[in-house]
Write a protein that binds this ligand. Structure first.
Ligand code: UDP
Ligand code: MG
Length: 312
């Protein structure tokens, strides 16, 4: 039987400290799978440190380590897409380079796909140990919220760490959208998915690229990309206020006819004006979000630009 080719796709941004140990840790696991061929597809997402040098070094030592270097930092989602597009494997696994995605799961993922019962084997952390508690709190709330707002199911604790068949990879890379929210894209394509659970692992070296603010913006992007519920909320709010205003008009006209028109209620009027003005701006902001996304999509700009690959 012909050997299966496993592609290991790894987005890297300023990770010079992690690449070597990542490579060694994964190789140790691959040794346990002599029946598979492998290739690494390392994506340098415009790192400012010596990440690319480390990649080139590895490529010289092991020809099965390939790399793709971007012309600048395009973000992890873009790096993921590039990795998936450059991967040639029958099976493709996506991993972070910081060893937060335990390589020990590779074998189980591979077996899951080989069994023919699954098209995707994905990892899900069941604890968030070592994370700031406030971040975990908001993360949980976010998953509750987005699952209510979107038809697509987002699994709490799911990471991008997953092994997929070629068919699934084709489905994911077919989606050429500019605003990429991978967790949503992966669940959008569907397929039979098996979840492996594990305890959270801390970063081996370097530090996370996510600030709290960055995560908040990412969360809003996720919601915009996979739900139009905010637009519905804006519309419903408008309707409710119209009804309220209508009732108030009727009440005031009736009162004036019955009791005359003593001047009063200016402070309460200003409050109402401010409140309604605020709601209007909010609704406009929500619409603006979607419009901005649409604007970016219609430009049809490439998701990433490659500066150098191991092929040239
Ligand atoms: N990453 C990337 N481009 C970026 C930011 C991050 O390719 O602009 C990579 C990073 O090198 C790592 C992975 O994405 O391999 C996850 O990043 P990080 O560990 O900072 O995220 P966390 O694990 O904290 O969610
Ligand atoms: Mg990490």
């Amino acid at each position: 039987m012909e050997k299966k080719l496993l592609s290991i796709v790894v987005p890297c941004y300023n990770e010079e400290a992690s690449i070597e140990s990542f490579y060694r840790a994964v190789m140790a696991e691959l040794m346990k799978m002599p029946e598979v061929d492998y290739e690494f597809v390392l994506v340098d997402d415009g790192s400012k440190d010596d990440t690319l040098l480390k990649m080139e070094e590895l490529h010289r030592k092991d020809r099965r380590v390939k790399f793709v270097a971007f012309s600048r930092n395009f973000g992890k989602e873009a790096a993921l897409l590039a990795g998936l597009e450059h991967a040639k494997g029958d099976y493709v696994v996506v991993m972070d380079v910081d060893l937060q995605d335990p390589p020990a799961l590779l074998l189980e993922m591979y077996r899951g796909l080989e069994s023919g019962k699954y098209d995707v084997v994905a990892a899900r952390r069941i604890s968030r140990a070592g994370e700031p508690p406030i971040r975990s709190f908001f993360a949980r709330k976010f998953y509750k919220l987005i699952n209510k707002m979107s038809k697509i199911e987002m699994v709490d604790g799911a990471r991008d760490y997953r092994m997929m068949t070629r068919q699934v990879v084709e489905a994911v890379t077919q989606m050429r959208e500019y605003n990429r929210y991978s967790k949503g894209l992966f669940s959008f394509v569907g397929f039979r998915t098996k979840w492996l659970e594990y305890e959270n692992v801390q970063r081996a070296a370097g530090e996370t690229h996510w600030s709290f603010w960055g995560l908040l913006v990412y969360a809003i992007e996720g919601i915009c990309a996979f739900s139009t519920v905010p637009l519905v909320i804006a519309a419903v709010m408008g309707l409710v206020f119209c009804l309220m205003a209508f009732v108030m008009i009727v009440v005031i006209v009736a009162k004036t006819l019955m009791f005359g028109d003593p001047v009063g209620g200016w402070p309460s009027m200003i409050c109402v004006i401010l409140f309604v003005g605020g709601v209007q701006l909010l609704a406009l902001g929500v619409i603006g979000q979607y419009l901005a996304k649409t604007y970016l999509e219609t430009k049809g700009r490439p998701v990433y630009i490659v500066r150098k690959t191991s092929e040239d």
